[in-house]
Design a protein around this ligand. Sequence first.
Ligand SMILES: [Zn+2]
Length: 334
Amino acid sequence: MTFDDIRGQERVIAMLRRMIAGGRIPSALLFAGPHNVGKRSTALALAKALNCPEGRGEACGQCPTCRKIAQGVHPDVLLVEPEGQFIRIDQVREVGGSLALNPFEAKKRVVVVAEAERMNPQAANALLKTLEEPPGDTLIVLCATGAAQLLETIVSRCLPIRFAPLSEETVARMLGETGGLEGEALEFAVRFSQGRLRPELRDKAGDWTTIREELLEALERFDPAALPDLSEKFARWSGSEDWRFVLEGLESIFRDLAVLNSDVQAPEPINRDRRAALARLAERFTPRQADGCYRRVLETWEGILLNVNKALALDALWLDFREIVSPRTGARPW
Ligand SMILES: [Zn+2]
């Protein structure tokens, strides 16, 4: 990928091009923005632009230097990313060790730290030492969802560059071109992408539209007095990564319901292609109840991430919906 291949981040690319043209490359950049909007790709494209021997400030994408960077085997372009949950101190130390040596072949060495917010405290402190005494001709690019998740002392040594969410048009174009999605599946994937390019949406859009229909149907039939037996569905969804979309789908439906009938200036419903179903659900769930259900879905996310049994958590969630909706037990302070 070169600058020309990065979609939807024109402002950032223009800024980086001006920086290169003016020869003003700082020693550290912070690429801040949502996941999956092109931060890492842009950082690697920048490494190519700085090092490609063919072009001045632009990468050709074809030469050995560009190809090595693309394949992750360039000795002076280092990518650090979480191994498991965290980026650990030995990963950062290893980079520090390489930077202490002279570059092998690069004009400008580049270290890209992806998901920098997942550095554990020891790793962050080790990186801080490197940032405090940046080796010459080295650029460190930290990619993170925001500055708030990083040590202030790290952030203050970086020039921040903000990445915006992608527009729906950009996501639609990318999913259509590279994901082969079209029609309803494409529309669905674009809505749920929410400005990010999520590969799982490209791969699962078909399955997930089906799950959303199942959720809408189960909620339309929702009767606190006689809960349907959904245990077979819960088991099926929990047996794969689909449970993630089940929660995401419920989250989106209840958020849509909570805002649908409120006066706040709200964004368009995510499930706007199912307005009729939302309207029927809005008669069943008051905005207050929908908000209560929405909050419970968020709590369930956290529970599952903390290793609560998924099928049981979904079952408990449904029972909580009953408690929130049922007039008899509606004593919870929603
Ligand atoms: Zn090149």
